[in-house]
Design a protein around this ligand. Sequence first.
Ligand code: NAP
Length: 281
Amino acid sequence: MQGRPLAERIRAQVGEEVRGLGAIGLATVQVGEDEASTIYLRLKHEAASEVEIASVDRKLPHTISEDELLAEVAALNADDSIDGILVQLPLPDHVDEARVIAAVDPVKDVDGFHPFNAGQLYLGRPTHVPATPLGVMALLDEYRINLDGARAVVVGRSTIVGKPVAHLLLQANATVIVCHSHTDDLARETLDADVLVVAAGVPEVVTADMVKSGSAVVDVGINRTEDGLVGDVDPDAATLAAFVTPVPGGVGPMTIAMLLQNTVRAAKYRRGLLAFPGARR
Ligand code: NAP
C-alpha cells in the first residue's frame, strides 16, 4: 500500500478546493527547537504553500510561559485570516499541554486534538479528526480493504494515532482490539488480525511471524535508527500479508495530505459551507 500516489491525488484535489474557496490560512505554533518537529513543520509548510494555503509559522522560545503561549493561541483564534491552527507537540514540561490544546478554537483545530473534536469522534460524529488516522483509513479505502466484520487490531493507544484510528475502524464496522505496552501476548492478538495497524514507536515490534497470511498491515511507526528511518513492522511481513505500507512512503505522506484536507474543512466550517456541530457560530 503506497501512500505517495494517493497523497498526491488528495493534494491536487485540495489545491482545486483552495482555488474555489479563495484565501485560506494555516498557522503552526512551535515551542522550542525539537529537530524532528522542525522537519515535520517544514514539510507541512511546503505542502501548504504548494496548494496555495497561506501558512504562518509561529516559532516561540522554549522559555515561553504558559500564559504567553495561551495568549498566542488566543490571537490566532481571533485572527480571521487563519482557518486552521496546529500546535506542534510535544510542548515543554513547564507548559500544560492539555490546557493549550483546549485553548484552540475547536473550529480551527485541524489536528483534531481538542476535547470537543475528540469527543465528537468518540460519539461517532467525526468532526475534525487527527490527520494520521484519517490517512490510515483513506489508504485502507483506496486499496479496497474490507473492514465490515473484519477483525482489526491496533497496536498503540495514543490520543494522536491509536485511539482515534480504533474509533474510525469501529465506525467502519470492524471488530476492534486495541493493544498496548501491557498487552500480555501481542503475537496472539496480531496473528488474528485481518487488518493490523501498528503505531507503537518501537522498531519491528511486529515481526514477520506475527502477521496473519493475506492480511492488510498499516505501519504508522517512524523510528530514526542508525539504518535510517524504519517502521514498527519488519518489512519481511510483506511475504505473508497481502498488503503492507512501506516506511517511508506509506502513512507519512498521507498524514500531510489529510492535514491539508482538514484545513480546507476548517475553512468550510468557518464560511458556513459545512455546519459545525453545536452551532458555535
Ligand atoms: P506514543 O504516544 O508513544 O504511543 C505509543 C503507543 O504504543 C502507546 O499506547 C504504547 O503503550 C504502545 N506501545 C509501546 N510499546 C509497545 C509494545 N512493545 N507493545 C505494544 N504496544 C506498545 O506514540 P504515537 O504518537 O502514537 O506514535 C507511534 C508511532 O507512530 C511513532 O513511531 C511515531 O513517530 C509514529 N507516527 C507517525 C506518523 C505518520 O505520519 N506516519 C504520525 C504520528 C506518529 P502504552 O499506552 O501502554 O504506553
